[in-house]
Design a protein around this ligand. Structure first.
Ligand code: COA
Ligand code: MG
Length: 296
C-alpha cells in the first residue's frame, strides 16, 4: 500500500474517554490512535466504540490522520469494532496480537464492510501490532499477509510480559525484537513504529528511548501522553544543520557525476551513490515535514 503522510508521533487516546478524545483534536501529533483495546475496561467497550465511531470524522475534518486500535478480531468485540468503524473510514486499523490469520480476518471484514457501504477509492490501511514471540519469529510473513499493510507497530509490554522478563529503562531486553521489526518493515517499505515509553514524567528517558529506536531504523513512535508528542516529533525531524549539509553534499556529488565520475570527496570523506541517496532521502523527508507545517 502506498502511504504518503508522515508518521513521527502517534498518540494513543483511550476510546472510552470523550474528554481525552476532544483534547486530542487540538494536539500536534502526526497521527491519533483511538484505542478500543487495552486502554478500555471490559465494561466500557460499547461506550468506547460509540465514541470512536462518532469522533473519527472530527479528526478527518481537521486533516489529522486517525487510526483505530481494535480488539482481537478473533473475538466478538473485534468484529463489532470493525463493523462499527469501517463506515467512518479511518486511515488505518491497528491489529493487536497480530499473526497472519488476524491480518487475513481483518482484511476480509474490512473488505466486506466497505462493500456493504459502497466505499470505493479510499483504502483503509492495516497496521499489525507485533507483541508476541510468535510474531517476532514470523515478522516478515505477517507483514506480507495483506497489501493494505501501511505500517507495523512494536508492542514491548505484552511481549516482555509473555516472556516473563523485566522491562528496563534502557530497553536491552527488546533490542532483538526491535531489530527484527526494523529489518522486516524496511524490506516491506512501510512505516516502522515503536512501542510507547510508559514512564510519562521521564523526559530524558523518552529522548534516549526514541533515539535508540530511530538509530536502528524506526521511523516513528507511539505516545501515550500529550507531553511526549513534541519530543518524539523532534527526534524524528531531520535537524536543520544536517539538511544544509545534505543539500551541499548532493550538489558536490551531482557535479562530480556530471563530469563523468562515480565517486568524489566531501569534507574529507569519500561519497558515492548510496551516500548521496541517503542525503536525498533526508532532504525529501525534511521537505515533506516542512510542507506539512506550512499547510497546517
Ligand atoms: N490523549 C489525550 N489527552 C490526554 C492523554 C491522551 N493520551 N493523556 C492525558 N491527556 C490529558 C488529560 O486528560 C489532561 O487533560 P486536562 O489537563 O484537560 O485535564 C492532560 O492531558 C494532562 O494529563 P495528566 O493529568 O498528566 O495525565 P492523566 O493522569 O490524566 O493520565 C494516563 C495519564 C497515562 C492515564 C493517560 O495519559 C492515558 O490514558 N494515556 C493513554 C493510555 C493508552 O491509550 N494506553 C494504551 C496504549 S499503550
Ligand atoms: Mg496489549
Amino acid at each position: 500500500m502506498n502511504h504518503k503522510s508522515i508518521r513521527r508521533s502517534l498518540l494513543y487516546v483511550p476510546g472510552s474517554s470523550e474528554k481525552m478524545i476532544k483534547k486530542a483534536l487540538d494536539l500536534d501529533a502526526d497521527s491519533f490512535i483511538l484505542d478500543l483495546e487495552d486502554a478500555v475496561g471490559l465494561t466500557e467497550k460499547g461506550l468506547a466504540r460509540q465514541n470512536v465511531k462518532l469522533y473519527i470524522s472530527h479528526f478527518k475534518a481537521r486533516k489529522k490522520e486517525v487510526i483505530v486500535r481494535i480488539n482481537d478480531v478473533k473475538t466478538e468485540d473485534g468484529v463489532l469494532d470493525l463493523e462499527a468503524i469501517v463506515e467512518e473510514m479511518p486511515n488505518a486499523v491497528i491489529v493487536p496480537k497480530a499473526d497472519e490469520e488476524a491480518v487475513l480476518i481483518t482484511n476480509i471484514l474490512i473488505k466486506s464492510t466497505e462493500k456493504r457501504y459502497g466505499i470505493k477509492g479510499f483504502e483503509i490501511g492495516i497496521i499489525p501490532l507485533l507483541e508476541t514471540s510468535y510474531s517476532i519469529v514470523h515478522t516478515f510473513h505477517i507483514l506480507s499477509s495483506s497489501d493494505r499493510i501501511s505500517g507495523v507497530q512494536f508492542g514491548a509490554e505484552d511481549l516482555t510480559k509473555e516472556l516473563g522478563i523485566e522491562r528496563t529503562r534502557d530497553g536491552k531486553e527488546i533490542e532483538y525484537a526491535r531489530n527484527v521489526i526494523a529489518q522486516a518493515g524496511n524490506a516491506r517499505k512501510i512505516d516502522i513504529l515503536d512501542t510507547p515509553f510508559t514512564h510519562v514524567g521521564d523526559r530524558d528517558g523518552l529522548i534516549q528511548d526514541t533515539n535508540n529506536a530511530k538509530s536502528i531504523g524506526f521511523t516513528g513512535k507511539t505516545c501515550i501522553h500529550p507531553n511526549q508528542i513534541e519530543i518524539v516529533n523532534d527526534v524524528f525531524t531531520p535537524n536543520a544543520e544536517d539538511v544544509i549539509k545534505a543539500r551541499h553534499l548532493i550538489r558536490v556529488f551531482d557535479h562530480a557525476v556530471d563530469s563523468g565520475k562515480g565517486v568524489c570527496m566531501f569534507e574529507g570523506k569519500m561519497i558515492d551513490n548510496p551516500i548521496a541517496d541517503r542525503a536525498r532521502k533526508l532532504v525529501m523527508k525534511a521537505d515533506l515535514i516542512s510542507g506539512l507545517t506550512i499547510n497546517n
